[in-house]
Design a protein around this ligand. Sequence first.
Ligand SMILES: Cc1ncc(COP(=O)(O)O)c(C=O)c1O
Length: 369
Amino acid sequence: MKRSFIREILECIDDTTISFAGGLPDESLFPIKQLQKASNKIVRKRDTWQYSISNGLFDLRDKIASRYTKDGFDTKADNILITTGSQQALYILARYFQNKDITIESPSYIGAMNSFKLNNLDTKSIKIEDDGIDIKCFKKSIQNTKLTYLIADYQNPSSFTYSMSKRKKVANIVKSNDAILIEDSPYTDIYFDKKYKSISSYIPNNSFHLGSFSKTLSPSLRIGYIRASKEHIDELLLIKESIDLHSCGLSQNILNEYLSKPKKLDKHLEVLQDNYKKKMEYFCKCLDNMLPSFKYNKPKGGMFIYGEFKDIDVYELLEKSLKNGVVFVPADEFLTKNKNKKGIRFNYTNSSFEEIKKGITILSTLIHT
Ligand SMILES: Cc1ncc(COP(=O)(O)O)c(C=O)c1O
């Protein structure tokens, strides 16, 4: 069990470092004024400061459920469990399914793989292609594991996004094998073109759908959630209660107040999508101009660009770039097997346009001189 390489990198950088490493949103886009307004209102109420129920505030769950229903995925407040970030949701589910085998994508999200390892789940990884998981291998694997963890929208780290056809195929395979899907979706609302229907919406009783406000509003709130059948939610509650009784009441109340006018979040998401799309386009342009040997797929949403060089050892590059104030994450960190010393995941949301240009210029100079 190793600590996340990304967290270790984040610990050794300072304010002057250009970081393409973390999965951090753009701070300048946090809707601070509106969150401040919501905070001012709720801090005056005494029950904001009191213990709360373990599922999470009813009104907040109800609002999250309405957003699902609006997207065509019929959901009630009872189907929602508020968690302390979606990272806690992953831990709760890993605890719930402890000691089992689980089919995952390769590459996959480090935080999920660590939770699985800690809870003794045996991961079977299947290659992900640019339109989703390799269906033939997935089918074979799920017959044995009966459990899978997938990130269908703008995957972390690869940014790959499942086509509608693969979403339906995966849903059919899960259902026909009487299996369970854990669908992790923190990037779903950061789309540049269209919003995709979740795989879970085709199999509401065979799925746990995870969401988060970290990437869209603010990670500091630490508010995520699980959407599942009421029976499943009731079982997860036991684990949730033994971890922290309930997620932070202050954060839940701020968020609940912020969401009281649903259009506010929708408008904010439009700003975010527009800004991130421009940054992604700019990052790609800089890569194409200055690092043409780096091959990648242009993201349809999310926060990352993932690709590889033909013959550059990115660990050697990272050692030099760290000394020159630029960091990124080698793709190998997201793999359980099959070494990849040539791949990189770049985060494009947390740097300014100037930093993007400067950072890629430095990488280009290190490679080409
Ligand atoms: C795929 C995925 N799942 C879950 C998380 C955890 O997010 P949070 O706990 O902030 O909601 C992240 C964070 O980067 C992620 O990329």
